[in-house]
Design a protein around this ligand. Structure first.
Ligand code: MIC
Ligand code: SF4
Length: 639
């Protein structure tokens, strides 16, 4: 039978299950990546699994998110991660080496292999023809220990590309167009597979921009074929041997097909406060802007920044705009330094930041009060910039550069002839900031700073659950709402008791106090609850506060898995209006019903009514919940 590329990748890694959408499958994981602010938990969990060395083909631990080091906490975390990597057989990418997804694409991604990463933008490497999936840290820890990764077999959507991008139109506009059409929940339960004659017109970094931001569609992953362009990229990275050709069979069947004519696209912008709130730049042109930020795992490649440099050459950044640029990797930065582009950027008035996530995750560069920021990033959820009332717009580096010069949102098409940046024949390869694991693990002592608190644990699932609804929220609540990041909170990622105080702090500042006082309770959400990042802290910290269930209309994939992994019931509300903030709820026979896969009877004591709440749990997820979380189950199974 003719197969899609996605089916081929899954079939070649399948450990259990069959390829029918909605069924639980397990796949073998070849590579993992972790980053610093999910990595500490992942490594603590890996330690709890008592496996002496990782069992993957390759695991890389990156430090890229929290590099500000505003106190001892982050430096301590980095030292823990470095020593743990050395001991457990993991490569360690030092702070300053670059953003995990950019570096992984350049140096480690292998077409045809699987990659599981504790970061939602792990599908970036789908641009190379990998099956790359974002997950919570505990799932990645389990994969490092050699366990297969369990997921629901996705539907496969073919995005059939035709034509070629017009002048000043970019890969960013491709994914913004898909977000405009499909919304932030349009990709849930799907892999977005790219095909058609338009594919050959896109370079690997352009493809990676598209697969990266497939995360914003809520997709399980996004993938491009591996072709001559992929080969050229890998060869230029000195990794020709990693290449293998890969594509869908002729006549492969898909669950749905989206036609996209690259020729017909125009520069687009996502407006506050959601990546799917997309409009053409022409509709927004003239809007006054305070800040422009270029970088992030979406758009910080050599080609992106060379384009920006060419646009800024001989010009000055508008006096009322702060332009910050964070190159995606040390390789990119070195190339800009060697060919003079860095000087061009500095001369034009750009502020050059470290090669890291930086402002994308609110680590500095918070805009002024009520300010407008235009960013080449992938998320513009409220408050993520660090300024609560700032308005963040997302656009291509080209729109960003034109805007930085004009001082108002600008259409790059007004800048004349488009810039053409050729793919280098050879990238300068220097992996000296990636430390290989120790040859003799016994020699390595893991160093733990005082901010690294022990893992919180919970016992097995209770049979009767009672409590109050502590908070009711609306649709599309992101993990940035549940567990914000930023310079104040990110340093506490390895200290769950400390970080728990910040759960929902932006939308319900008293939430954690109320939860503690009540000894736990419930959260009620709308559709697509928990969209966005993979941070398991958005489940782990509520678990530590005693949250036993989240009742919502629907859930985002990674967060749903994280809730299960930490023993919080993700229950589906059959309709709106059944529960409200303050209501007291009671559920009996919880264990027996979960074990028998029956809906729970939820008694709303306050309203004197009862309703049935179902759930989307695989058999394995039910077992995880009964055990009180994945770590408990793995230990039971192991012992
Ligand atoms: C993000 O972009 O939100 C992050 C920060 O990279 C997260 C990971 C995290 O919160 O640690 C993600 O995308 O998974
Ligand atoms: Fe880092 Fe931003 Fe990419 Fe997340 S989205 S990995 S914070 S650059």
């Amino acid at each position: 039978m003719s197969q899609s590329l996605t089916h081929k990748l899954i079939a070649s890694h399948l450990v259990s299950g069959d390829l029918s959408p909605g069924e639980e499958i397990a796949i073998r994981i070849d590579q993992t990546l972790t980053q610093d602010v999910t990595g500490v938990m992942a490594f603590l969990q890996f330690e709890a699994l008592d496996t002496p060395r990782v069992r993957t083909k390759l695991s890389v631990s990156y430090v890229d998110h929290n590099t500000l080091q505003t106190g001892f906490e982050s430096a301590d975390d980095h030292r823990y991660l470095q020593t743990a990597a050395a001991k457990f057989g993991v490569h360690f990418s030092r702070p300053g080496n670059g953003i995990c997804h950019q570096v992984h694409l350049e140096r480690f991604g292998v077409p045809g292999e699987t990659l599981l990463g504790s970061d939602s933008h792990t599908p970036t490497c789908g641009g190379l023809g990998m099956l790359a999936i974002g997950a919570g840290g505990l799932d990645v820890a389990a994969a490092m220990a050699g366990h297969p990764f369990h997921l629901t077999m996705p539907r496969v959507t073919l995005v059939h590309l035709r034509g070629a991008l017009g002048p000043w139109v970019t890969a960013k506009d491709v994914i913004l167009e898909l977000l405009r059409r499909l919304t932030v929940k349009g990709g849930v339960g799907r892999v977005m597979e790219y095909g058609g004659p338009g594919v050959a017109t896109l370079t690997v970094p352009q493809r990676a921009t598209i697969t990266n931001m497939g995360a914003e569609l809520g997709a399980t992953s996004s993938v491009f074929p591996s072709d001559a362009r992929t080969r050229a990229f890998l060869r230029a990275q000195g990794r020709a041997e990693a290449w293998a050709p890969l594509r869908a069979d002729r006549g492969a069947e898909y669950d749905d097909v989206i036609e996209l004519d690259l020729e017909a696209l125009e520069p687009l912008v996502a407006q506050p406060h959601s990546p799917d709130n997309v409009a053409p730049v022409t509709e927004l042109a003239g809007l006054r802007v305070d800040q422009v930020a270029i970088g992030s795992c979406t758009n910080s490649s050599y080609q992106d920044l060379m384009t920006v440099a060419a646009m800024l050459k001989g010009r000055r950044v508008h006096p009322e705009v702060s332009l910050v640029i964070a190159p995606g990797s040390r390789q990119v930065l070195r190339m800009l330094a060697a060919n003079g582009a860095l000087e061009t950027l500095i001369t034009a008035g750009a502020r050059i930041l470290e090669t890291a996530c930086g402002p994308c995750i609110g680590m500095g560069q918070a805009p002024p009060s009520g300010g407008v920021t235009v960013r080449s990033f992938n998320r513009n959820f409220p408050g993520r910039t660090g300024t609560r009332d700032a308005k963040a717009y997302l656009a291509s580096p080209e729109v960003c550069a034109a805007t930085a010069l004009a001082g108002t949102l600008a259409d790059p098409r007004e800048m004349g002839e488009p810039v053409k940046v050729a793919m280098p024949r050879r990238f300068p390869v220097d992996d000296s900031m990636v430390l290989p694991p120790a040859e003799d693990p016994d020699e390595v002592e893991i160093v733990r700073g005082p901010n690294i608190a022990p893992l919180p644990r919970r016992g097995e699932l209770e049979d009767t659950i009672r409590g109050r609804v502590l908070l009711e929220v609306g649709d599309n609540i992101s993990t940035d709402d549940i567990m914000p990041a930023g310079a104040e909170i990110l340093p506490l990622r390895s200290n769950i008791p400390a970080i728990s105080q910040y759960v929902f702090c932006r939308i319900a500042p008293t939430f954690s106090e109320r939860a503690k006082e009540a000894g736990g309770g419930f959260i009620v959400g709308g559709v697509n609850y928990g969209q966005g990042s993979s941070r398991e802290h958005a489940a782990l910290a509520p678990m530590a506060l005693g949250i036993r269930a989240v009742l919502a209309r629907s859930f985002a994939r990674i967060h749903h898995a994280n809730l299960v992994n930490f023993g919080i019931l993700p229950l589906k509300l059959p309709e709106d209006g059944l529960v409200g903030e303050g209501d007291e709820l009671a559920m009996e026979d919880v264990r027996a019903r979960i074990a028998a896969h029956q809906p729970l009877e939820v008694h709303n004591v306050t309203r004197g009514a009862t309703f049935q709440a179902g759930y989307d749990l695989t058999g394995r997820q039910a077992r995880i919940l009964l055990a009180g979380g994945l770590l408990n189950l793995l230990r039971e199974e192991g012992g």
